[in-house]
Design a protein around this ligand. Structure first.
Ligand SMILES: [Zn+2]
Length: 114
């Protein structure tokens, strides 16, 4: 069985998930209510190396939540106020730039394993 098929098979169990490598560690992203913080739209759990995206975030403020939680992953010492500023600015600039491209957001072909 090739690796892609193996990964797809794993995805059928439990919540939808993917993995990425950051600073030498593999992290998991799960579309699942953040444990013990079910009302939060997202959470970066450092010990588990897991980012939780609330299922509602996927169809709502997805870009903002992803920008917010990944800022926590990549800049763990930054305080919540600055992380929220980062989320707000990413959202505002991407919305503006997308408006120049018929509202479409383009995404680069980055790899998860670097
Ligand atoms: Zn936060």
């Amino acid at each position: 069985m090739n690796k892609a098929a193996s990964t797809q098979r794993k995805r059928r169990k439990g919540p939808p998930s993917m993995r990425f490598k950051f600073d030498g560690d593999w992290w998991t992203v799960k579309v699942q209510r953040p444990p013990s913080k079910e009302l939060c739209e997202g959470m970066a759990h450092y010990r588990r190396r897991t980012v939780y995206l609330h299922p509602k975030a996927v169809s709502g403020n997805l870009l903002g939540i992803v920008a917010h939680e990944l800022a926590h992953v990549t800049m763990p010492c930054v305080d919540e106020t600055n992380i929220r500023d980062h989320e707000r600015l990413v959202s505002v600039v991407v919305r503006w730039a997308a408006s120049l491209n018929e509202g479409k957001v383009t995404i680069g072909q980055h790899r998860a394993d670097k």
